[in-house]
Structures are given as structure tokens and as C-alpha cells.
Design a protein around this ligand. Structure first.
Ligand code: ADP
Ligand code: MG
Length: 232
């Protein structure tokens, strides 16, 4: 069974009287525990697409099913609940909370969204920090660690409540090539360890080979769908 399926999916933004078609009728299916990239130049629709899959925005037409739920039917409240329970996010600019330590940043979703008890939280946060190789930085604040380390923390935070799906919109855009490559390797390791499905976007063709399944987006349409091949 597919974890995410889209058919005839469209999204048109409306600015004043003007329609801006961003996604122009696309279809895809993503299997559970896969490692998937949407690749395309700036403006091709990557963020629009990931925002819809992440229930941050509604499709204009077509169907989009995530974990057996037709997400176009969810109202704002139900969408927020669905996101909190099933989806983790990794952002281009890391989005760590500057006044919290590394530990507290990773703990945050368990306190605020899922409300785990303290001891269970602590065990899970330490497990995730260990998995991303950041245990020894737990007491640092975000401005005391490098960009690559920040993204490791963000990956730990995305996975801490053990979502089925993690969405990462250009997670490596602010990292140098070697660091970008290592972050994708880390995500793949987390997929192997936890069975989490990862969908990331990138405009950098150099790193798309890291994905096992690649969809190429061009002007709101999927133009090619290829298996990454060498890294499978
Ligand atoms: P990418 O992430 O690949 O750079 P986007 O999904 O951000 O692409 O944008 C796709 C198209 O939709 C672009 O033409 C962009 O200008 C437009 N767009 C994106 N977000 C909005 C918005 N909130 N309102 C209007 N147009 C938007
Ligand atoms: Mg974008």
C-alpha cells in the first residue's frame, strides 16, 4: 500500500484577480519507508507540493491521500492534529529555537504537541540525539553549533515523536556539498533504523542521486520519475 498518493493534483494561488497555477495536475505514489526526492529549479512547485503533503495547504483540485487519509477533507484543526501525530518537518534554515538547548529543541514536540511524561521524554530525546551523533552537544544552544550540526538536531526533532513521514523542503540548501551529502546519508540511516518515509526537495542535481526515487518537477508538472539507481 502506498503511503502518499496524488492524482490529478493541482494548486492555483490567487493573488488579487490573478490566478497563479503552481501545480498543474500531477500524479505520483510513494511507498512506505522509501527515500524520495522532488527535484526542480526554483519556482517549479516543490514547496507548494510539500506543503500540501504536509497538510499546511489545501489542494485546489485532485486527490491527495496521506496514510489512508484524504487530506483535502481536513479542516484546519484536523490538519494540525494529523500533522502533529504523523508528520515531521525539516526546514532549509533549520528553525531551531535559539533560546533552547539542543536537548530542549528536540524535546519540544514531545512537550508541546504530544505531551509525553518527563522520564519517557528524556529517554526518547537522548535516543534521538545519539542516533544523529549529537549526544555530546545536548547542552549547547543553536548559535554554538555549526550548520550541519543544527540540521542534525532538526532531523532528531523531526523524528522524536516517531512520525511515519518526514518532509524536508530543501534541507541542504544552506549547507556546503560535503555537509549536505552527510545530512542525506543521516536521513537514510534514520529511515533504515526507524522505517520512516522521507520526502525531500532540492534544486541541486548533484545530491539527487542520494534519493532512491526521484521525481523531477518542471513548471508545476512532473516530467520524469526515475529510480536513483546506484544508491538503492
Ligand atoms: P519552489 O519551491 O520549487 O521554488 P514554489 O512552490 O515556491 O516553488 O512556487 C511555485 C510557483 O508558485 C511559483 O511561480 C511561485 O511564485 C508561486 N507561489 C508560491 N507560493 C505562492 C503564494 N503563497 N502565493 C502566490 N504564488 C505563490
Ligand atoms: Mg521552495
Amino acid at each position: 500500500m502506498s503511503l502518499v498518493t496524488a492524482t490529478n493534483l493541482t494548486k492555483t494561488y490567487r493573488i488579487g484577480d490573478i490566478d497563479v497555477p503552481a501545480i498543474k495536475g500531477i500524479a505520483f505514489a510513494i511507498e512506505a519507508s522509501s527515500f524520495v526526492a522532488f527535484v526542480g529549479p526554483s519556482g517549479s512547485g516543490k514547496s507548494t507540493l510539500l506543503n500540501m503533503v504536509g497538510c499546511l495547504d489545501h489542494p485546489s483540485s485532485g486527490t491527495l491521500t496521506v496514510l489512508d487519509t484524504d487530506i483535502s477533507t481536513l479542516d484546519r484543526h484536523a490538519a494540525a492534529k494529523f500533522r502533529g501525530e504523523h508528520i515531521g518537518f525539516v526546514f532549509q534554515d533549520f528553525n531551531l529555537i535559539p533560546v533552547l538547548t539542543v536537548f530542549e529543541n528536540v524535546e519540544y514536540p514531545l512537550r508541546m504537541v504530544q505531551k509525553w511524561p518527563a522520564e519517557k521524554r528524556r529517554t526518547q530525546v537522548l535516543r534521538m540525539l545519539d542516533a544523529v551523533g549529537m549526544s555530546d552537544q545536548a547542552d549547547k544552544r543553536p548559535d554554538q553549533i555549526s550548520g550541519g550540526q543544527k540540521q542534525r538536531v532538526a532531523v532528531a526533532r523531526a523524528l522524536v515523536s516517531q512520525p511515519k513521514l518526514v518532509l524536508a523542503d530543501e534541507p541542504t540548501a544552506n549547507l556546503d556539498h560535503d555537509t549536505a551529502y552527510r545530512i542525506l546519508e543521516l536521513m537514510k540511516k534514520m529511515r533504515d533504523e526507524f522505517g520512516t518515509t522521507f520526502i525531500f526537495s532540492t534544486h541541486d542535481p548533484k545530491i539527487m542521486g542520494e534519493a532512491e526515487v526521484t521525481f523531477t518537477l518542471e513548471d508545476g508538472r512532473v516530467t520524469t520519475n526515475s529510480n536513483g539507481g546506484s544508491h538503492v
